[in-house]
Unconditional design. Structure first.
Length: 84
């Protein structure tokens, strides 16, 4: 029930593709930008940081599978609602 502020951005338009950094390397959406820029002419590319990573808010909570699944569900729903 806690709110997480997670920065995200979108490039391009059309069908939506969500690009997420790999958790294993603790990369950020900024590192995904070159790929997103190459994909943007072919559709809408959404970039986001995982909760607690990159520029996202860091709360003192366990970053477990349940939290990450809830984030992913919310991100997909948000991205679908914003699609053209």
């Amino acid at each position: 029930g806690r709110r997480f502020d997670v920065p995200l951005e979108a490039l391009g338009s059309g069908d939506t593709l969500i690009c997420l950094p790999a958790l294993s390397t603790v990369s950020t959406r900024e590192e995904m930008r070159p790929l997103a820029e190459r994909l943007a002419p072919h559709g809408r590319v959404v970039l986001a940081d995982w909760p607690g990573f990159g520029e996202a808010t860091r709360h003192p909570v366990p970053y477990d599978a349940l939290l990450l699944q809830a984030f992913l569900d919310a991100l997909v729903a948000h991205s679908a609602a914003k699609a053209p």
